[in-house]
Design a protein around this ligand. Structure first.
Ligand SMILES: [Zn+2]
Length: 79
């Protein structure tokens, strides 16, 4: 489950049809961003997130407002 939008993450999803990483593919999200001193290796500081949600979150800290829009959730079998 995505820690940012609380929707399921399809771990098999990698590439979109255009060959770029799929916006809903799984990514590791640092809870405290590395650029703000968080550790990318500490298990307590990482969580599963959609690539799209992670990029939208950017450098924000926990508690900052994260805006998500609803996209239809594709399943990997369709790709
Ligand atoms: Zn998400």
């Amino acid at each position: 489950m995505c820690a940012l939008c609380r929707r399921p993450v399809d771990k098999a999803l990698r590439l979109a049809p255009d060959g770029r990483p799929h916006p809903l593919s799984p990514e590791v999200d640092e809870i405290i961003p590395v650029s703000r001193g968080g550790s990318p290796y500490e298990r307590a500081n990482v969580q599963l997130a959609h690539r799209r949600c992670n990029q939208r979150k950017g450098n924000r800290m926990p508690g900052d407002r994260v805006k998500t829009t609803r996209l239809p959730l594709p399943v990997s079998q369709q790709w």
